[in-house]
Design a protein around this ligand. Structure first.
Ligand code: HEM
Length: 185
């Protein structure tokens, strides 16, 4: 069977280039503490891992053409040598969120919460990658795996970004959120 090239496994355990420096539950249940994290393409079985989270990159759901053009003009990719800090934030949204229609979700996501408008202020310092978990075959503990990379000096700005998004209406639909801060070594 061919492997979906958009599928990635986040393996938390004792191996990998990213060392965990802090892990905490923002809302709901936490994840087991890990020493290191590796991101592996495809599906992997790592018996000694504390946990493995899977997600697929996908097409965009909410951005408009003008927003997309702004994002593409400003955003930078992952793996920049100076971006030695990373944060993995797995998120689960509520059944109420998933019961909404696409236009209702867009209204909350952008019109009320200005997720993209706020996020754009933090580009290009913060690079990001969004993985979706809901439509994978096995049951998944989260709906999204969000991944961010930045240079150490961008940490205060990143913290501010988190505070602003978490204060938004969109976040009232977040039921579980874990924040894992990492350093590349
Ligand atoms: C670095 C600045 C950021 C930018 C520019 C940004 C931009 C975006 C955009 C454009 C989307 C929508 C993609 C689509 O159309 O489907 C999105 C989705 C999302 N972002 Fe952000 N974001 C940023 C930071 C964050 C942070 C810090 C978090 C987590 C704490 C986060 C969590 C999410 C989640 C969970 C989704 C999926 C929402 C859903 O489909 O319900 N983002 N982001």
């Amino acid at each position: 069977m061919s492997i979906n090239p958009r599928l990635f496994s986040f393996v938390g355990g004792a191996e990998g280039p990213w060392r965990s420096v802090e892990s905490r539950a923002i809302r709901g249940e936490s994840l087991a503490e890990i020493k290191r994290l590796q991101i592996v393409p495809g599906e992997v079985v790592v018996p000694e891992a504390k946990w493995v989270l899977q997600g697929v990159t996908s097409n965009e759901r909410y951005v408009t053409r003008p927003e997309k053009d702004l994002l593409v003009a400003k955003q930078e990719g992952l793996n920049r040598p100076e971006a030695t800090r990373a944060v993995l934030i797995p998120i689960q949204k509520s059944p109420a969120w998933w019961a909404l229609t696409q236009d209702e979700r867009r209204e909350i996501f952008e019109t009320q919460s200005q997720h993209t408008r706020i996020g754009l202020e933090y580009l290009p310092a913060v690079a990001r990658k969004l993985h979706h978990c809901r439509d994978l075959t096995g049951e998944q503990p989260f709906d999204f795996l969000t991944w961010f990379e930045f240079a150490p000096e961008a940490t205060p700005a990143y913290d501010k970004l988190l505070a602003r998004l978490r204060a938004s209406v969109e976040w009232s639909y977040v039921e579980r959120e874990v924040e894992i801060r990492l350093v590349r070594e």
